[in-house]
Design a protein around this ligand. Structure first.
Ligand code: ADP
Length: 581
């Protein structure tokens, strides 16, 4: 079909051109021939009419109509022309073909009327006398300027038609021959073309299959050779590009396999597009083809699954700790999207050693704190006994021992809380916590201190914002630390305000005081461990610098948020957002 496509098209177009040209030639030639032929015929008929007119003029004038008819018949036979002599009144007095008596009156014939009016009449029409189409020429017969009648010469139109038909037939025969020639020529000319096109197609197919060394060599020097050169150049460029890409890919492969981290790239549906050897090791995937598999076929892990889902939903960078057997990984996932598609890149860092070290450290701090707590309590007890036993002069020494022991005890207590938080020994036990009860209980602890500093406390806890979803033990610790600070860093006779409100499905609790406030430059670091604004003041007040970092730690563990606003000399406001119960 393809092979014949071009041929038939060529043939069709050639034939169409020939037929159209022929039709135009026939139309023009016929009309020109017809015109010429008629002109010639009319001229000869006119000449004959003029000659006959001279001869019949006298006979007509004399009224010798028999003589006229005889002369006309004789001349008609000689010349092969039909001659008719019509008197001015329309009566036919001489007719070469028929008996003039049989012929009807000719006064109304258009050529006769034309001849009388304009000096010559010309007509091609059907003759009622001869029953054939004829060419008529009529001129008046004059004698000394007086019109005696009209002489009409006429010839059959049929020979003209016949000649035209013959000419047309010849043209059509020639056309048919030309069409056959067109077929032959289209086959011949398309053969070479098809051969060239096949050559180019074959080369293109080879290039498509990766045979970049393929080249096309054509003998012809035309547009096809230009096309062939372009394809040759394209093959060369592709070859170079392919080589560069292969080298680049190899480089990336080497880099990826030398990475200590596990790396995996997923497509939008979760299928693995790329994974390095370390990811295979982490997933313990031994089969050869990892690409094209869904990630859950390779690594079944709830945290990994959650990380990918979260990344897909939020489209922002996400991270997650992943436990796989004895190992702990820190996974970072990022969604990269371009016009065509979206991909998730996940990098897994092995943090098992770091986590172990952290645990050892937390264990060490916890053990140390435990070990220190008993002797410190005993020192405090003995110091109190000693205080009663010794004289006034030595009392200040015992006071110092007691104050420092208190400070050490609170540091040890805070460290214990911290290490417990970090070791996650005590998992959060989330339940519904009544904020009113909680604040009430915590304030009880501070009754004495509030009185001492003459502090007033204003509590406005909204009824529809008083239930929290939290671990009661840890959340109590948050309020103890924040209220403790509000008392500690307040001025005598100051105020503490605690209120709550709903905030986007969370509960916003503010603990505000009218104390000394914190300078702007400290606000960013205030939640760091052991960070204190004024060391001596904090020490005097029994501070450890751990309270706020414990607060932050606990609030974050509840998926909450803690913020601070403060102005020196005016007071401080802590805003805690926690999930609603
Ligand atoms: P500390 O045990 O020293 O109170 P925190 O971690 O609780 O440790 O607080 C860190 C520091 O932040 C404090 O030393 C104090 O300077 C400052 N701070 C905390 N709360 C307040 C407050 N309500 N008003 C003024 N300063 C405060």
């Amino acid at each position: 079909m393809n092979r014949w496509g071009i041929r038939w098209k060529y043939f069709f177009y050639f034939t169409l051109i020939i037929i159209i040209t022929t039709a135009i030639v026939i139309l023009i030639a016929s009309s020109e021939l017809r015109k010429n032929y008629i002109n010639e015929l009319e001229l000869s008929l006119q000449k004959q009419a003029e000659i006959i007119g001279i001869q019949v003029k006298d006979l007509v004038r004399r009224g010798d109509f028999a003589g006229v008819d005889a002369l006309v018949k004789h001349m008609g036979k000689e010349t092969g022309t039909r001659i008719t002599i019509i008197k001015i009144d329309g009566m036919v007095v001489g007719e070469s073909e028929e008996s003039s008596q049989k012929i009807e009156d000719h006064a109304t014939r258009p050529e006769v009327i034309q001849a009388l009016n304009m000096g010559i009449g010309k007509q091609i029409r059907f003759s009622t006398t001869t029953k054939e189409e004829m060419v008529y020429i009529a001129i008046p017969v004059k004698d000394n300027g007086k019109i005696l009648g009209v002489i009409r010469t006429s010839a059959y139109f049929t020979p003209v038609r016949k000649t035209l038909r013959v000419v047309n037939q010849k043209i059509i025969y020639t056309t048919s021959a030309l069409i056959v020639f067109a077929l032959f020529f289209s086959v011949l000319s398309s053969n070479a073309l098809i051969k060239t096109i096949k050559e180019i197609c074959l080369a293109a197919e080879n290039i498509k299959n990766g045979e970049f060394s393929t080249r096309i060599f054509l003998k012809r020097k035309d547009e096809f050779s230009q096309l062939a050169n372009s394809i040759n150049d394209m093959a060369e460029s592709l070859h170079k590009l392919f080589n560069d890409l292969t080298v680049g890919r190899e480089e990336i492969k080497t880099i990826l396999s030398s990475m200590v981290e596990g790396l995996v790239v997923l497509d939008e549906k979760g299928k693995i597009v790329l994974a390095n050897d370390n990811f295979r090791n982490i997933a313990e995937f031994a089969k050869p083809n990892i690409e094209g598999k869904f990630y859950w076929e390779v690594l079944q892990n709830v945290e990994f699954d959650a990380l990918i889902k979260r990344t897909q939903e939020t489209a922002i960078r996400q991270s997650q700790e992943i436990q796989k057997g004895e190992k702990i990984y820190f996974a970072n996932a990022v969604l990269v999207s371009n016009v065509k598609d979206k991909k998730i890149i996940i990098v897994l860092h092995d943090i098992t050693d770091f986590k172990n070290l952290e645990r050892v450290k937390a264990d060490f701090v916890a053990n140390l704190s435990h070990e220190l707590k008993t002797p410190l309590t005993s020192i405090k007890g003995f110091a109190e006994t000693l205080e009663e036993e010794i004289d006034k002069k030595h009392q200040p020494f015992v006071e110092t021992i007691k104050r420092n022991t208190d400070r050490l005890i609170s540091i040890v207590q805070d460290l214990l809380i911290f290490s417990e938080l970090e070791r996650k020994e005590r998992k959060l036990e989330i339940e519904s916590v009544d904020l009113k009860v909680l604040v009430h209980n915590v304030l009880k602890i501070f009754t004495k201190k509030l009185k001492e500093k003459k502090l007033s406390c204003e509590i406005s806890l909204n009824d529809d914002a008083s239930l929290l979803k939290a671990d009661p033990f840890w959340i109590e610790q948050v309020f103890i630390n924040l209220i403790d600070n509000a008392v500690k860093y307040n001025t005598d006779g100051g105020k503490i305000k605690i209120d709550s409100a709903k905030d986007d499905g969370d509960i916003k609790i503010t603990i505000e005081d009218t104390g000394i406030g914190i300078a702007k430059e400290h606000l960013l670091r205030i939640f760091e461990r052991f960070y204190v604004v004024d060391k001596s003041r904090s020490r005097k007040l029994g501070g450890t610098g751990l309270g706020l970092s414990i607060v932050k730690h606990i609030v974050l563990a509840h998926n909450g948020k803690v913020e601070i606003e403060s102005e020196v000399g005016k007071g401080t406001k802590f805003i805690v957002k926690l999930p609603k119960g």
